[in-house]
Design a protein. Structure first.
Length: 256
């Protein structure tokens, strides 16, 4: 279950009146398959532009999961929140690999120290994914959406100078999340090769991600925490994970 879920599109910078397809993709290393839209798995799926919010008009099974045709210039943010899902681990090894991959060794230590089951135990997880698309002038700024875990671009990737990198803020329960690891997947728009690296948030929950021309970026963060007593009782789970993802494109790092 170490797979990311992100919002992808073929063009992250378009002119107004252009149809934009948002795919929900599930996979690894910024390569995955498109998921259809189904109410049973979607808690929220909407897009924002110029201070307005627009709910999705998707139908069951739609691929791409969301299609829009913006008629105004400005920065668009598309936001997806999944309904919680449960995964069962047959053995501890798979959980251990996932926790280490997501920089959550403390979860491994806690699992062992608390004598949690070493096989046939469960985790509940929720996805919080966002994509930024520039339309025309692309003016605007990414905003917080009151999500439990959220990545926010503090610079506009379609208008601002990012020659020194783009500032990313991580919010957890509405507060800056300090000293957390952000995994970065950098995909070329020319040969589609993917480079990966990680950055750390500082004491203010901010991290700088260096960007290059003609690239698409997926940034993610995962919180792995013991399930609450209510979740343990209602869902029979031991662990809970929250997954945040942010995607955007960079044509010119120095700004368009």
């Amino acid at each position: 279950m170490g797979h990311e879920l992100w919002i992808d599109t073929s063009e992250f910078k378009v002119e107004k009146g252009t149809k934009v397809d948002f795919d929900l993709r599930n996979g690894e290393n910024f390569d995955g398959f498109s998921l259809g839209y189904f109410d049973r798995s979607v808690e929220k799926f909407y897009w924002r532009q110029n201070g307005e919010r627009f709910d999705n008009a998707s139908r069951q099974g739609d691929i791409p999961a969301l299609q829009i045709e913006p008629d105004k210039n400005g920065l668009i943010s598309a936001i997806y929140v999944s309904k919680p899902s449960v995964i069962k681990y047959k053995d501890f090894k798979k959980f251990h690999s996932f926790a280490i991959e997501k920089n959550a060794k403390d979860a491994v230590d806690l699992h062992l120290s608390q004598s949690f089951p070493m096989e046939n135990f469960s985790e509940i997880y929720t996805r919080y994914s966002k994509a930024l698309v520039g339309v025309g002038s692309s003016i605007g700024s990414d905003q917080a959406n009151n999500l439990e875990l959220e990545l926010i671009a503090k610079e506009n990737p379609y208008t601002d100078d990012m020659s020194d990198g783009i500032e990313i803020l991580l919010l957890y329960n509405g507060q800056p999340h300090a000293f957390a690891t952000l995994n970065v997947f950098e995909r070329s728009t020319i040969d589609f090769g993917v480079n990966t690296f990680a950055v750390q948030t500082n004491e203010k929950g901010m991290a700088t991600v260096k960007v290059k021309n003609d690239r698409t970026y997926l940034i993610d963060n995962v919180i792995l925490r013991p399930a609450s007593m209510k979740l343990s009782k209602d869902k029979g789970v031991i662990w809970e994970s929250l997954w945040a993802a942010l995607t955007f494109g960079v044509k010119e790092a120095s700004g368009l």
